[in-house]
Design a protein around this ligand. Structure first.
Ligand code: OAD
Length: 275
């Protein structure tokens, strides 16, 4: 394990800090994690049934309703002292790049700017693109000018605009359709069996490649390619500090602080904030 004094001194001196977060970051805001054995979302529901394009294709309303159910807890959540401590860290010429796997928007709500959302955001919608049908189709798809999806045109409004689309939100009720082309809409999150947006992943890698120190907070590091980001920093010889009540595969090579993000972060970051 990285010696405590080395890690803390590196954090104090750092001009550019990458903060990589997972579901444990928001646990004390009341949002369940995914893999905690008793309370995790995936302890209760098989992700293949609710968080894959195949599941949406088979039963869009069920997948939509599940996301509405999850969003109920997320909508009530407020940033916790850990989120606020990270936002407050970006002072005095110090740059902080927040890279999160979370889809809850709580880093932004706490005041962090330029957050890289690797897995999207629950409160944005996008058209459902049926990749299998698109690959099988003989013709190139027609792109809808309103939602940028592969146009379906079965419920088309010729006067619809992008503003009409931007107003639509995740909410109880039937799965909404693009007001322009009628395509089914879905939350703008990354499901299993889907690729990350390459531009978003590039932004995350660039931030990791430029940092002097990386903080890894509240992630089991089970999902690629996000999970490789802390190792990318380690390979460059950058000190990594981990905050998590449980050990992970990273713990042996990081300064591992065992505990809750909302408790450890304010204390840890206050000690360096003024420098
Ligand atoms: P996980 O649920 O896999 O891991 C949560 C981690 O947070 C565990 O290591 C816990 O020990 C830790 N933890 C729990 N409470 C904590 C606290 N109060 N403070 C700090 N840490 C705490 O969540 P992720 O690693 O974020 O993907 O999961 C990665 C991805 O898997 C998610 O983004 C999601 C999921 O499938 C998508 O939605 C695409």
């Amino acid at each position: 394990m990285l010696p405590v004094t080395t890690a803390l001194e590196a954090l104090r001196r750092a001009r550019r800090i990458a903060v990589f977060t997972g579901a444990g970051m928001s646990a004390e805001s009341g949002i369940p994690t995914f893999r905690d054995r008793m309370t995790g979302l995936w302890a209760q529901t098989d992700p293949m049934e609710v968080a894959t394009p195949q599941a949406f294709r088979a039963d869009p309303q069920w997948v939509w309703d599940w996301h509405v159910h999850v969003a109920a807890a997320v909508t009530l959540a407020r940033p916790n002292p850990g989120h606020r401590a990270i936002a407050a860290l970006a002072t005095g010429g110090r740059r902080v790049d927040v890279i999160t796997q979370n889809i809850d928007g709580l880093h932004q709500a706490a005041g962090s700017g330029g957050v890289v959302e690797l897995h999207g955001n629950l409160f944005r919608l996008k058209p459902f693109i049926d990749e299998e049908a698109a690959f099988a189709a003989a013709e190139a798809p027609v792109i809808c000018g309103v939602c940028d999806g592969y146009a379906a045109w079965d419920d088309c409004d010729p006067y619809a605009t992008r503003e009409d689309f931007a107003e639509l939100r995740l909410a109880p009720g039937p799965v909404p359709r693009c007001p322009g082309c009628g395509a089914l809409l879905r939350p703008d999150v990354v499901w299993f069996n889907e690729m990350l947006d390459p531009a978003v992943l590039d932004a995350a890698m660039a931030a990791v490649d430029a940092c002097d120190v990386l903080l890894c907070i509240g992630s089991s590091l089970e999902v690629e390619p996000a999970a490789s980001l802390p190792w990318r920093a380690l390979r460059r010889g950058v000190p990594v500090l981990e905050i998590n009540p449980q050990p992970t595969a990273l713990s042996a090579q990081a300064l591992s602080l065992r505990g809750r993000a909302a408790e450890i972060l304010p204390e840890l970051l206050a000690s360096i904030a003024g420098r």
